[in-house]
Design a protein around this ligand. Structure first.
Ligand SMILES: Cc1cc2nc3c(=O)[nH]c(=O)nc-3n(C[C@H](O)[C@H](O)[C@H](O)COP(=O)(O)OP(=O)(O)OC[C@H]3O[C@@H](n4cnc5c(N)ncnc54)[C@H](O)[C@@H]3O)c2cc1C
Length: 401
């Protein structure tokens, strides 16, 4: 069987490996000149491959997409992924937060070993080829590609096609979401791609940006909808970034969609209750000193003090009760998410109603969809790559069978 896979990210490569192992003739097309560029980018942050938590709670991270992803993740589990990585010479380990990483903390050694394996299986790579839709009028439906080098267009026929084109964050690495219109033109319903696991825009004063862009607020908790996420939110020239902000991004996005803005509280002393904070403020007060010195004596960082100034319009209260409340919940209003270009992943994609249980498009039989193109989202922590690998594995195994 001639299998064409479009997209040389982890989803496409995994589907290719399974199909080629079964002896199919597999060709992978990608518009970039080298495969797996987003995977390499992910490797710069340590390459969090998956997570070690029990499978049931792991699956809960996909929210409403859980029932659709469960067959794929159940068929290629986090443990299977770790064994697979080990087989490529990249043993994994579990970090203190339960996240799983390759020993090298990088994507390049894993990717190199994987490409060698695919080469050994006879998989061909057609790089610098942009998929631009389907040729009409040919005897069999054919895929159309345009060479990024010379602009020459050509058609490719196949027995099965796997679309593994990714979302649309960091378009420079190739995943630019240009497939959305191509699929919609064939009657496939696609939920618009939105930024997920991303920062938020906050209208900081110029002083805040000048003095604190890049500064983390260590050991804080970010609270949205009453749900607290611990971590180090980072002040940027645009607003706020960092783990706890990413973890809330779906909630914040939904609040902005509903109300035009979202409310986020930053607790600068999550290990102390309000009584302890107020007591500390009272004990460490020196009447002749400035409020900043007082707050500094209470253990608040300069970035934290500035945050309190920002959210009060530089009108810091002097009453310890009021000040304590502020330190336990500085309210930041968010009107906008960071642009999708800088997001870690995208929400939205091909609706689940458009694919069958084997992830084959109902409207275009013989064409399958894997990875971030499908309509799911999940927090960081290895949940993104696991779903990508697992859906690629499911489709590849289906073709193999
Ligand atoms: C900075 C960053 C860090 C990340 N870190 C992690 C992490 O540690 N853990 C984790 O789980 N996830 C992480 N992710 C997310 C993860 O990398 C992605 O979810 C994953 O790569 C998606 O895989 P995919 O195969 O679906 O698509 P992609 O990896 O995006 O691959 C899609 C491929 O399709 C090609 N393509 C697109 N359109 C066309 C076209 N028209 N014609 C031809 N080719 C085309 C692209 O060039 C690309 O190579 C990170 C993402 C970013 C941006």
């Amino acid at each position: 069987m001639r299998v064409v896979i479009i997209g040389a990210g982890p989803g496409g490569l995994m589907a290719a490996e399974q199909a080629a192992t079964a002896g199919h003739d597999v060709a992978i097309f990608d518009q970039r000149r080298s495969p797996g560029r987003k995977l390499v980018l992910a490797g710069r942050g340590g390459l969090n491959l998956t997570h070690s938590e029990p499978l049931d709670s792991f699956l809960d991270r996909y929210g409403s997409a859980r029932p659709y992803l469960e067959p794929s993740i159940g068929g290629f589990t986090p443990d299977d992924l770790r064994t697979w990585s080990d087989g490529l010479g990249e043993p994994t380990f579990v970090g203190s937060s339960g996240r799983v990483f390759p020993a090298s903390f990088r994507a390049v050694p894993l990717l190199r070993a994987w490409l060698r394996r695919l080469d050994g299986l006879g998989v061909r790579f057609e790089l610098g080829q942009r998929w631009s839709g389907w040729s009409v009028g040919t005897e069999r439906p054919a895929l159309r590609f345009v060479s990024e080098l010379d602009g020459i267009e050509h058609s490719v026929e196949c027995d099965a096609c796997v679309l593994a084109l990714g979302g649309s964050s960091w378009p420079g690495v190739g995943s630019d979401g240009s497939w959305v219109d191509l699929l919609r033109s064939r009657g496939v319903t696609v939920t618009s791609l939105r930024a997920a696991n991303c920062g938020v825009r906050v209208d900081w004063s110029p002083v805040m940006v000048e003095r604190f862009a890049g500064a983390p607020m260590k050991n804080a908790a970010v609270v949205v909808d009453g749900l607290a996420v611990r971590g180090d939110p980072v002040i940027t020239s645009f607003g706020l970034e960092g783990g706890p902000i990413y973890a809330h991004s779906q909630r914040i996005r939904e609040q902005i969609d509903a109300d035009g803005y979202a409310e986020m509280k930053i607790d600068l002393f999550p290990d102390l209750d309000i009584g302890d904070v107020v007591r500390r403020l009272v004990e460490r007060r020196r009447t002749k000193r400035s409020i900043s010195t007082w707050l500094d004596r209470c253990g608040l960082s300069s970035a934290g003090i500035s945050l309190l100034r920002e959210v009060t319009g530089n009108q810091l209260p002097t009453d310890p009760d009021e000040l304590g409340e502020l330190m336990k919940g500085a309210m930041v209003a968010v009107h906008e998410m960071a642009p999708i270009d800088r997001a870690i992943s995208s929400a939205g994609g091909v609706r689940w109603s458009e694919v069958d249980a084997e992830l084959q498009l109902v409207a275009i039989p013989g064409t399958y969809v894997v990875g971030e193109m499908l309509d799911w989202e999940a927090p960081t922590g290895g949940y993104l790559l696991q779903a990508v690998f697992s859906t690629g594995h499911r489709v590849g195994s289906r073709l193999a069978a």
